[in-house]
Design a protein around this ligand. Structure first.
Ligand SMILES: [Zn+2]
Ligand SMILES: [Zn+2]
Length: 283
């Protein structure tokens, strides 16, 4: 059987909240037959969080990637990246911006409901209680407003910056198990998704399929949901597959399953990132 081309451009390491070193992640990727690997630690943010890098480490991080890139260049192609947060009305994380020119690519992610006028915020992927309190406090309890605000942030980010990859596009659903906040079948939600995809379709950004939520939070946490993948296909848009790996065990988590799922939905290709930009890989 021909060796399948597999890539993973979304990986964390011990510079942020990943468990392993960059080198350990690279060795695990080589063992699993991954041919292209992107290193994408959470960039430092102004009010540092437990999951972000220290600002003082950003240069060391880039140096270390470049050393390891050379050390393993015969076995794997390594790309230097960052996962960079976007804040509504403010822009991409300002601490990360000066580093973008030194990167091969970056993932633009919205983890935050951010109110630019008051500075109030909440991380959507923290606990359900934290999100619920924030929806009450920031959106007078109106879930639809909160969800709209989240997807508006994604749209703004894409229009302003066109990140190479859009991270876990519907992570707002992470705390929505059992339709606690909303039902993805509802028309308003589907309309928001269609509007968001229309904006992305006019950009050069690629949406990732992110399997990283599954080992931690179960199979509902495949990003994006199947109906969004169907909508992406209907719009002739492309996807790339990433595992959002936080440890060596997660380096290709759910990859066998996801390639089958994507093919069953009807995708004929996935995109792989190279030094010459995105190229299609036929499924
Ligand atoms: Zn993320
Ligand atoms: Zn991530």
């Amino acid at each position: 059987m021909m060796k399948r081309f597999i890539s993973n451009y979304h990986t964390h390491n011990n510079y942020c909240d990943g468990k392993n070193t960059i080198e350990e992640m690279v060795i695990a990727a080589i063992d699993k037959g991954i041919l292209h690997l992107g290193i994408s630690s959470h960039a430092a943010i102004i009010n540092q969080e437990h999951w972000t890098m220290h600002e003082s480490e950003m240069n060391n991080y880039l140096k270390e990637i470049s050393i390891i890139k050379d050390r393993y260049s015969k076995k794997i192609v390594i790309y230097s990246g960052l996962e960079i947060d976007y804040f509504n009305g403010l822009g991409l994380n300002p601490l990360a911006i000066p580093y973008i020119e030194y990167l091969d690519y970056y993932i633009g992610s919205v983890h935050t409901l951010y109110a630019h006028n008051t500075g109030d915020f909440c991380f959507v992927d923290e606990s359900r209680e934290v999100l619920e309190q924030a929806i009450d406090r920031m959106f007078k309890g109106n879930v639809e407003y909160a969800v709209r605000h989240y997807y508006n942030s994604i749209k703004e980010m894409v229009v302003k910056y066109e990140p190479t990859i859009i991270g876990h596009i519907d992570i707002i659903k992470k705390n929505n198990k059992g339709n606690y906040f909303f039902n993805e079948e509802e028309k308003w939600y589907k309309d928001i998704i269609v509007e968001t995809l229309n904006v992305i379709n006019r950009s050069n950004s690629i949406i990732e399929i992110n399997t990283g939520g599954i080992p931690r939070y179960g199979s509902d946490c495949l990003y994006p949901s199947t109906f969004i993948l169907e909508e992406i296909l209907k719009n002739n848009m492309d996807i790339t597959v990433n595992a959002d790996s936080h440890s060596v065990e997660g380096i290709d988590f759910y990859y066998d399953e996801i390639y089958t799922i994507v093919k069953d939905i009807g995708f004929k290709r996935i995109m792989t990132f190279t030094h010459d930009g995105w190229i299609p890989y036929k499924l």
